[in-house]
Design a protein around this ligand. Structure first.
Ligand code: ATP
Length: 591
């Protein structure tokens, strides 16, 4: 496929807002692509160079792109800068300048999507002395071969500003329609994606082998599995009722989620967001090689600072010191980590993902028997609410967050929040028993004392999985430290977009819109009905044309932005509706 054709599709996609129309158009685009082109097309459409867990970034600062545009069009950097400021978008500016310039990319018909993807990958991976100039030259060379429309999308891609409004779920549905016999087969593609976290690979297999290849997907070492997630319920009674009989109850640890892949002496550790975080944990990686006899495996667990002598858990604030990239070796000495493993998805080349929890737990215990640095999460079997409640109280007294109950027969549900895992956390009197992780979609200017910061609060949203969209739930104006306010202003100020971004559903208008990218943690007193927020509006969450909102919301946590969560990992609209119903139920029971 020519990059010109792909650019035409992007142009059309940015002018439609109906999700169904988008899926149809994407499906048409995929069916016109060659089998060996689908992978590249998907990465470009996602705005990445490779699956995110490979961590390959463009590494082109705004000034470098400006220079490349100037170089390829023969105008000055100043002219590019002026156009950029006028257009508010470097891609648009590049297209306009290219349209006016004499070198309009006459050979543009020849640029294929694979060529563009390969060149961009090469630019991104060029490193070392003199690489800055080389990168600018390579981008300029690509731009000089492109037409104005192609230049617009190449620059948008480079600047991470493609913003087509397409979530992974929408791309998967289009792949199902194009290659797997229709959108109704989307669940199988989702399963494959949850097992490998590589949308490009899923697309390539779908194009080459259709549904047969997709159904045969297995877990693969060093391709992270999208993590299983827990539902939440507020009382032991409700958990036991939902479990429907004896269940396992594990302690809930608050540290770093670590998915560990091992093959001989090669180890990789992925975060909750599936980033490769191996360099942060040299001690854990060494322990996996030295303290486990099994040659290959995939483990899931939580690593936290833990005092092996006094058997005490250290607070999350201590654990998190590992996050700073420097001084890792010092931290390894001062704050050794212990891994509490709670699942095993592969062992000795055997896929355990579909095996029941009870069997996986036995395999986990046997695998970690000889390890000092790693142990299975502490667990009891509970048959009554009292047993569960007692274990919960004991865990909280020990300084832990709460418990996670697990169904004995359940498989490892990759990438989904299901009732086979249910969490119960410490609750705070008179408040919702859990915090919410919300996506920032806009922000407000400060008034009074806050005017110094040019920041007065955030407009936040939940993720609606069904619609693959973000629905507003609250304006957050309190809980910020001064440092957090200036940090948020610094980050969001650079990301302002002129119009409400696609996939954001909002009735209210913040002072500035930002593309849904960052997640913050919020605590509130309760969930209330609201005509001004769209969360759950269509699902009848608040019934009728009424949505759900938060009462007395405030930001919590030391770090304003949750770096371990992406927008699609935020609290979902479905969860908020469920929390709202639970809140009503608990209140009815109390009164
Ligand atoms: P939270 O903010 O409550 O940690 P979350 O959205 O990160 O929630 P959930 O799936 O809702 O994730 O809750 C489970 C989380 O708890 C997992 O992400 C995992 O990192 C952590 N955890 C700690 N101990 C356990 C355990 N024994 N079993 C499963 N998850 C555990």
């Amino acid at each position: 496929m020519k990059f010109r054709d792909l650019s035409d599709y992007y142009e059309k996609l940015s002018s439609i807002s109906s999700r169904l129309e988008m899926i149809d158009l994407l499906a048409e685009m995929f069916s016109r692509a060659g089998k060996d082109e689908v992978r590249g097309i998907i990465y470009i459409t996602q705005g990445v160079l490779a699956p995110p867990f490979e961590g390959i970034e463009f590494g082109m600062a705004e000034k470098m792109v400006e220079e490349a545009v100037a170089f390829s069009t023969g105008c000055t950097k100043k002219e590019v800068e002026v156009e950029y400021r006028k257009a508010g978008d470097m891609g648009k500016a590049a297209g306009l300048i290219k349209g006016r310039s004499r070198s309009r990319g006459l050979s543009s018909n020849e640029l294929s999507v694979n060529q563009v993807h390969r060149s961009m990958l090469k630019i991104a991976t060029t490193a070392g002395g003199g690489s800055k100039d080389l990168k600018i030259k390579m981008l300029a060379s690509l731009l000089s071969q492109s037409s104005p429309l192609e230049a617009k999308y190449i620059v948008k891609y480079t600047m991470d500003e493609l913003r087509l409004g397409l979530g992974d779920a929408t791309i998967l549905e289009a792949l199902a329609a194009a290659y797997c016999g229709g959108r109704k087969h989307k669940a199988q593609l989702e399963r494959a994606y949850n097992l490998c976290s590589d949308l490009g690979l899923v697309g390539e297999v779908a194009a080459a082998e259709g549904l047969v290849g997709i159904s045969g997907f297995k877990v693969t070492l060093f391709k992270p599995i999208r993590p299983a997630l827990a539902e939440r319920l507020p009382t032991a009674e409700q958990i036991m009722e939902r479990m429907g009989g004896t269940c396992a109850v594990e302690q809930k640890y608050d540290g770093f989620r670590c998915q560990i892949h091992k093959d001989g002496s090669k180890v990789k550790i992925f975060s909750r967001r599936l980033e490769d975080t191996t360099p942060m944990f040299p001690d854990l990686a060494a322990a996996v090689v030295n303290e486990i006899g099994e040659k290959s495996l995939i483990l899931d667990g939580e690593a936290l600072a833990y005092n092996n002598v006094t058997n005490e858990f250290l607070p999350f604030q201590e654990t998190i010191q590992r996050k700073r990239k420097h001084n890792i070796s010092e931290k390894v000495e001062q704050l050794p980590l212990h891994l509490f493993a709670f699942d095993i998805m592969s062992l000795g080349g055997k896929d355990l993902i579909s095996e029941p929890y009870s069997k996986r737990r036995k395999a986990l215990e046997a695998t970690l028997a000889g390890s000092a640095t790693m142990s299975p999460a502490t667990m009891i079997l509970a048959s009554s609410p009292k047993e569960l409640e007692d274990f919960f109280e004991k865990s909280v007294e020990e300084g832990l967050e709460g418990i996670v109950a697990k169904q004995l027969e359940s498989e490892y549900v990759a990438g989904a929040r299901k009732f086979s895992w249910i969490k119960m956390k410490r609750s705070y009197k008179g408040e919702l028993s859990d915090t919410l992780d919300l996506v920032v979609v806009g922000y407000y200017l400060g008034r009074g004392m806050r005017s110094d910061f040019k920041f007065g609060g955030l407009l936040c949203a939940t993720y609606n999985e069904k619609k693959d969209a973000f629905e507003t739930i609250s304006r957050i104006g309190t809980g910020f430290t001064e440092k957090q306010m200036s940090e948020l202003q610094g980050i969001l100020g650079k990301e302002v977009v002129r119009e409400k971004p696609p996939r954001v559903e909002s009735i209210v208008h913040p002072d500035f819109w930002v593309y849904p990218r960052h997640v913050v943690t919020v605590r509130a007193d309760e969930i209330t009905k609201s005509p001004t927020h769209t969360c759950g509006m269509e699902e009848g969450g608040g019934s009728g044309r009424v949505g759900l909102a938060l009462r007395f919301p405030r930001l919590v946590g030391d770090e304003a932005i949750r770096k371990d969560k992406g927008p699609e990992d935020a609290t979902t609209t479905k969860e908020v509706i469920e929390m709202y119903r639970n809140q009503k139920r608990v209140r009815a029971e109390d009164s």
